[in-house]
Design a protein around this ligand. Structure first.
Ligand code: CA
Ligand code: CA
Length: 247
């Protein structure tokens, strides 16, 4: 029993110090110098965005908690954070449709927002474009929002963790996204209280892989950390089995 307790304490400490492995957060995909960054044109081409970090289900119950099926992606290089909000559950191209992203880092809160029908765009201080069409997630036409935000504007840099949320300010006039045709919106994360930063989600800006001899090496440290973590879990299970007769 004592060995088991010691093992669990060690495991907890390791979990604490390997924050990036177990944190219930989001990881932005690093873009190396050999990769082509996304183009902010409101069009989602196959292969342009890698792996979605947020998936929200469709809920059309207008009288209850209503959400829009949406896939959200994050990517970054040394200069910009790129965000794709693929709103597959919004098939109507309304001028009142909106997408709102909030970031917070070291005392600075940045509100990234665009509203409008397809073709609407923002060029300063960040780039954003609204599109309406198919995507790899859904072949039917739907709203698409793309963003390119300078890391300086977000008061952040590579290998940093920034707080992120999408609040429905007031009574459903924004979020990620808001569909003015049905009044549905996506507040993120669930249970968000904007004044309580602990209820926000966060985005990890992973290290940019370094091109070596024309090849891009993976983030080997993360792979090694994950392997060590797996061995610790297996070791703890073995120790538990050896001690279970004592309980
Ligand atoms: Ca694009
Ligand atoms: Ca709409």
């Amino acid at each position: 029993m004592r060995h088991l307790k010691i093992s669990l304490i060690i495991l907890s400490l390791i979990c604490f110090f390997t924050h990036t492995i177990i944190v219930n957060g989001l990881t932005s995909a690093p873009i190396s110098d050999n990769d082509t960054p996304p183009i902010i044109d409101g069009i989602f081409l196959l292969g342009e965005w890698e792996t979605y970090q947020i998936f929200i289900e469709n809920n059309t119950d207008i009288n209850g908690y209503t959400t829009i099926e949406t896939f959200t992606y994050f990517a970054h290089n040394e200069i910009f954070l790129y965000v794709m909000v693929d709103a597959t559950g919004d098939p109507t191209d309304n001028s009142g449709d909106e997408c709102l992203l909030w970031f917070h880092n070291e005392g600075v809160t940045s509100e990234i927002e665009i509203i409008g029908a397809s073709g609407e765009e923002i060029l300063e201080p960040f780039t954003a474009k609204i599109g309406y069409g198919p995507s790899p997630n859904n072949i039917d036409d739907h709203k698409i929002y793309e963003f390119r935000i300078p890391l300086d504007y977000l008061n952040t840099r590579v290998v940093d963790v920034i707080d992120f949320c999408s609040p429905a300010i007031g009574k459903k006039i924004a979020s990620m996204p808001y569909d003015s045709n049905t009044g549905r919106d996506n507040e993120w994360p669930p249970g968000l209280e904007t004044s309580e930063i602990s209820t926000w989600d966060d985005v990890f800006l992973d290290k940019i892989p370094t091109p070596v001899g024309g090849e891009v090496l993976p983030n080997i440290i993360q792979i090694i950390s994950g392997t060590i973590f797996l061995f610790i879990i297996l070791g703890t299970i073995q120790l538990y089995k050896k001690n279970e007769s004592l309980f």
